[in-house]
Design a protein around this ligand. Sequence first.
Ligand SMILES: [Zn+2]
Ligand SMILES: [Zn+2]
Length: 138
Amino acid sequence: MKTYRGSCHCGAVAYEAEIDFAAEGTGKCNCTSCWKRRWWGVKVRPEQFRILKGAEQLVRYPANGPSVSGGPGGFCKTCGVTPFQQALVTEWNHGVTVSINVATLDDLEPAELLAAKVQYFNGRDNAWWTPPQESRHL
Ligand SMILES: [Zn+2]
Ligand SMILES: [Zn+2]
């Protein structure tokens, strides 16, 4: 477990999170939302996550989901980057989790990211718990 700092591209939004890449691994999904944003995420619990600045810069999309109302998440209205998104995923039995866009972690070494296991989700076919047949493009 290590504390990382992250930010959007313009720097208006900053956060920190305690992440254990070896234990948690990362996730990629082929649904249109994840694919179009090239989302590569790592999940943390809300208590492992703090917004340092810029919460008011974030625009939620879609407006009423999938983020929990009142929870953090969205894209920066200045630079368009989504640094993190809070989600309530009941299937995971995890309750509320924050999915962090690994590309926005400023002090993550590529080697640490590459050492973490990647889990692939077939969101496009609504078969989240079966890995998609093709995942190399994700
Ligand atoms: Zn920004
Ligand atoms: Zn997805």
